[in-house]
Design a protein around this ligand. Structure first.
Ligand code: NAP
Length: 301
């Protein structure tokens, strides 16, 4: 499709993407600000990504319409391509903004004629939700995190930048755990006063002494998933934040709520990573409440 009109095309590249809530959120925002723009879903096959990014080869949206990179004004990237985009597009054609090198993943790209500008708004989205909506002040707080994958990395970097007192992480994948704790946290933030620990078990996270517990694993998405944390560790001064938003209340969040802890699912993080992306693409202040309502409606469907 040629970019003949002034209509700007944005979208999500990933596989699979059909159930994404992002079109509802972004298209509502474009309508609210009267912007001639639309957000589409692109289910990109692994063998298509490089040609699309480097040679302007066409990809199809889920309705069968064909688009080239030069037709797009910006796009989000999701599983499984958040790291691959960084590996495929060489610098200086790819310009990174913010702590992308630490996070080593990209989720938002703004397209310019001669280069792509890469951002990661996941951590910023988490941070904006934590501080703006939940009014949580991280300064001097102790944090326990389960999971050391991409989402955990994005979140950890923001917790470090904003001076958490301590961050303990546990992951079943010991290589990923060591990479995050030794190379990213201790390696990059050793001049901060934050203490870092790679825990060898959930017990080793010392959740009972913490102020914030984050689940950054996919455990809790499926109905028969276990609750990863024993209820004896949960206390009333703890905020339990599960990055999962579907289901809205995981077993972990239900148990924590019943034990009197504050809880949050990951819908606010999803909202604000979208808000950040919208602002990067358009240069305009995002209509946050419009986007929040659209997201709440879309998730009910
Ligand atoms: P990821 O890269 O696969 O990382 C998850 C990590 O958790 C993996 O290292 C995994 O190890 C580990 N893990 C799995 N089961 C575990 C267990 N029982 N105990 C400890 N560690 C365990 O996934 P991700 O992209 O970081 O995403 C993590 C979660 O965050 C997903 O549910 C995702 O949907 C959610 N998320 C939400 C948002 C939002 O906007 N709310 C944004 C991004 C991600 P193995 O690989 O060995 O299984």
């Amino acid at each position: 499709m040629d970019k003949k009109s002034s209509l700007k095309i944005y979208g999500l590249l990933g596989f699979p993407v059909r159930h994404s809530l992002s079109p509802a959120m972004h298209n509502a925002a474009f309508r609210a600000l009267n912007l001639p723009a639309e957000y589409r879903l692109f289910e990109v096959k692994p063998e298509e990504l490089e040609g699309f990014l480097l040679n302007n080869a066409p990809i199809s949206d889920i309705d069968g319409n064909s688009f080239r990179l030069t037709d797009l004004s910006g796009f989000n990237v999701t599983i499984p391509y958040k790291v691959r985009v960084l590996r495929i597009v060489p610098v200086p054609r790819l310009k990174t903004v913010g702590p992308i090198d630490l996070i080593d993943a990209v989720n938002t790209v703004k397209v310019f004629t001669d280069h792509l500008e890469a951002h990661n708004t996941d951590g910023a989205g988490f941070w904006r939700h934590l501080t703006k909506d939940l009014k949580f002040d991280i300064l001097g707080k102790k944090v326990a995190i389960i999971g050391a994958g991409g989402a955990s990395r994005s979140v950890c970097v923001f917790l470090c930048i904003h001076k958490a007192k301590s961050i303990s992480v546990f992951d079943v994948d010991k290589d990923k755990l060591r990479e995050l704790v030794d190379n990213v946290l201790i390696g990059q933030f050793s001049n901060y006063n934050t203490k870092f620990k790679a825990a060898d078990s959930i017990d080793g996270l010392k959740i009972a002494d913490c102020d914030l517990l984050i689940n950054a694993t996919p455990i809790g998405m499926k109905e028969d998933d276990p609750c990863l944390v024993d209820e004896k560790f949960i206390h009333k001064d703890l905020l339990v934040y599960d990055l999962i938003y579907n289901p809205a209340e995981t077993k972990l969040l239900k148990m924590a709520r019943e034990k009197g802890a504050r809880t949050s699912n990951g819908l606010g993080m999803l909202l604000y990573q979208g808000v950040e992306a919208f602002e990067i693409w358009t240069g305009k202040e995002a209509p946050v409440e419009v986007m929040r309502n659209a997201l709440n409606q879309a998730i009910k469907r």
